[in-house]
Design a protein around this ligand. Sequence first.
Ligand code: 3AT
Ligand code: MN
Ligand code: MN
Length: 537
Amino acid sequence: MAAPAQLGMTPPLSTALPTESDISATNALIEELKRQNNYESSADSEKRTVVLQSLQRITEEFVKQVLIAQGQPGKIATAAGGKIFTYGSYRLGVYGPGSDIDTLVVAPKDVTLDHFFAYFPDLLMKMAPAGAITELTPVPDSFVPIIKFEYSGISIDLIFCHVQLSQIPKDLSLLGMDMLRGLDEKELRCLNGTRVTDEILTLVPQKAVFRTALRGIKLWAQRRAIYANIMGFPGGVAWAMMVARVCQLYPKAAGSTILLKFFRIMEKWTWPTPVQLKKIENGPFSNIRTWNPQLYHGDKNHLMPIITPAYPSMCATHNITRSTRTIIQRELQRGGDIMTNIMEGRTQWKELFVKNTFFVNGYKYYLSIIAASTTEEAQLIWSGFVESKVRLLMGFLEDHGSIAIAHPFNKGFERKHKCHSEEEVEKAKSCLHHQVKDASTAGESIQNGDEKPNGTENRTTVYTSTWYIGLELSEGAKSLDLSYQVDKFKHDICMKWEKFDQDLNAINIIHTKNCDLPVDVFCEGEVKPTRPQKKKK
Ligand code: 3AT
Ligand code: MN
Ligand code: MN
């Protein structure tokens, strides 16, 4: 039998087959992942298949209706077809019970994005079983225009792209470059998710091994709070590419071995050498740029570049900062040490997945970044904007002489506050100390289910989202005056936003000592830091 073609830009480091103990460690990993509720039941997976079949039928009907409205004969409109593709964790085969299905609708050339938003929501409501579609939210103006909804309780992220074909064959493939012809940058972005996931899968030697290892890495990264592209950590695609690269280097290895090698290789990686799964391709399109640190100054600044394989190759980790790189490297080291112990039988998998201690035993000082609005709709947009800018504040903080590390928590916290007077509204927006101390000074925090519509009893609800940055001070740091950085972020970035509305939105940044952290950032069983006892004189 001919040796399989080499996957990856360098030959494997080892083609050794797994030993018995590698296999039993892998089985133990799968058992632990099951205990941690990482796999979905086959009945629930079957439900996903049914939903996707329905979305395929709705897509075909959508294309047909648009073309008929354009005056095409019914026969041609019906034959034009349309096809759905998936990307994200569903496509990679590493989804769990709570995962969404990231889905792309591909239509023929005469069907446009405007048609997608004009027709698809109505068709969903008409063609899906009664009551199956809920929380339907079209977001046409986002970076990637999207229709979000739940279908039979499964979250769907639906995006759209057309290609330069008048008929979509049932076996259409988006690999290669043929389908990129005539697309603008925005359209390319929509095809990109599917193209990247499909290509990653073709570049790993054993898909099942890759999936098991990636499930392990994703769970580890989530528990350690280093999973979130928007906050300066790798996202799902970046973690997948790192694992895929290790799979290429150990093509015959079992999942447990991949995890051990993952930590050892990534910990010692000589950044900014990029992680890439194949050579970067150049395409025939002069208007499309691919990642190239020799050519582009911006690309040279990437600290831990992980490059997507599908043309046009891009850096999936351009958000990583000096601080988050340090945090990631510490976690890789911790993970590597635990992995060695697991493989040598000295500890168990669950130790790798122990939750982070960002709040419990993290920092003495935190910054709380609070975005607030007086309506839920306004807050959705405002908090999304502020979240996408938190990394800029991290950059300002990193440039401050007294700060060694500005460590963001990977998720924001959403809260609601009932206010009984204008004064309380202002307080809830501007000073959130009441979360910690006295609820009555700036509106009560609303518990789930305790909500009354605005207006009753003269109440206003204030919606807030808060992100936390832990501050590690430089050696010998004395002053922690961050007013310049904070003001620049507030006034020059957040409040300069073209949609900023003084009557609806507010932004505030406050210093928070560990003992002043609100209780809801702690989970059951976690002990909140307490105020040090005052020394008696
Ligand atoms: P889950 O199992 O769904 O939690 P996932 O890896 O599928 O994990 P997402 O559904 O959040 O994660 O994202 C799937 C892909 O969608 C990843 C990325 O290519 C794209 N994506 C997600 N969020 C954004 C965003 N804000 N902007 C651009 N692309 C995004
Ligand atoms: Mn997803
Ligand atoms: Mn998604």
